[in-house]
Write a protein that binds this ligand. Structure first.
Ligand code: F6P
Length: 327
């Protein structure tokens, strides 16, 4: 083994995402396979600062590949923004001789890790895990596929009642300030309108198209809106549409955190397993301070410090498809 790192820690940080457990399992089992000692850190950077760290063995990660959430728990940790917090975190690693840290999370967690690695003698490797799929440098993030499938299943159910009542439904999905969950779930459920932060929302156009469709007796009208849409969430849009279409029955459904839970899909388990495996290869090959992603079905390594949100990269072709298929 070409690396001097013999002990590593692993944590999950930020919003949990289905498939994080599969990634933990892959990191632990691959690390043990190569003779590393692996420590689990509870509650993300918070547990690192508060010294909630214990040794993991192969059995610690048994029977978790199919479970949502994260066995290590997670947190959004304000103390890690402060140098003092990071110093405490480092001392807790140092006293155990831990030289490498695997961080499963999103771009914010990666930038925290980059800062940490700059200040202290610690090598950090990220694994892209967020339902939002909003990180540049990877085509997949762990949890996105499951979240979209959960949204699709829920939207299909709403469609039944929507159709039965000839109503308009505005369904809000997560994604923070990215529209990928909305775009994917909207296309897959045949939504007439998909509102995403990357594209300016024109509410007058939407009202006009609903009126036209009403005249044509197109009874089902489904609007999927990303929570970060520039016009506001589903409730804001409902208020405006009610004024413009007083005769229409317009209901709102906010899917919320159900999108974060549940058993990970096959795809999420696969990418989590691959990314976890390659995170350990990074330590073995002496790669430092990068996060592991997948691009064009190949592993892709991006420096943690340049982890940025992928915004505004929505493919035009997809938007054209939405328009044509909803006509
Ligand atoms: O980043 C994942 C995510 O679920 C976003 O889609 C959402 O905006 C946010 O986290 C919600 O955060 P919290 O669970 O802290 O309310």
């Amino acid at each position: 083994m070409s690396t001097k790192i013999s002990k590593i820690g692993i944590l999950t940080s930020g919003g949990d995402a289905p498939g994080m457990n599969a990634a933990i399992r892959a990191v632990v089992r691959t690390g043990l396979f190569h003779g590393l000692e692996v420590y689990g850190i509870m509650r993300g950077y918070q547990g690192l600062i508060e010294d909630e760290i214990s040794v993991l063995n192969s059995r610690s990660v048994a029977n978790i590949i199919q479970r949502g959430g994260t066995i290590l728990k997670t947190a959004r940790c304000k103390d890690f923004f402060e140098y003092e917090g990071r110093k405490k975190a480092y001392e807790n690693l140092k006293k155990r001789g831990i030289g490498g840290l695997v961080v499963i999370g999103g771009d914010g967690s990666f930038r925290g890790a980059a800062q940490f690695a700059k200040e202290f003698k610690i090598s950090c490797i990220g694994i892209a895990g967020t339902i939002d799929k909003d990180i540049q440098g990877t085509d997949y993030t762990i949890g996105f596929d499951t979240a979209v499938n959960t949204a699709v299943e829920a939207i299909d159910k709403v469609r039944d009642t929507m159709e039965a009542h000839d109503r308009i439904f505005i369904i809000e999905v997560m994604g923070r300030d990215a529209g990928y969950i909305a775009l994917h779930s909207g296309i897959a459920t045949g939504a007439e309108n998909i509102l995403i932060p990357e594209i300016k929302t024109n509410i007058d156009d939407i009202a006009t198209s609903l009126q036209k469709k009403g005249k044509r007796k197109k009874l089902v009208n489904l609007i999927v809106v990303a929570e970060g849409d520039d016009f506001g969430g589903a409730e804001e849009i409902q208020k405006i549409l009610i004024k413009k279409l007083p005769k229409a029955e317009i209901r709102v459904c906010i899917l919320g955190h159900i999108q974060r839970g549940g058993a990970p899909s096959c795809l999420d388990r696969l990418i989590a397993s691959r990314m976890g495996y390659y995170a350990i290869q990074c330590f073995l090959e002496g790669r430092k301070n990068v996060f592991v992603g997948i691009h064009n079905d190949k592993m892709n390594y991006t420096p943690l410090e340049s982890a940025i949100k992928s915004k505004g990269h929505i493919c035009d072709e997809w938007l054209k498809i939405v328009k044509v298929l909803a006509s």
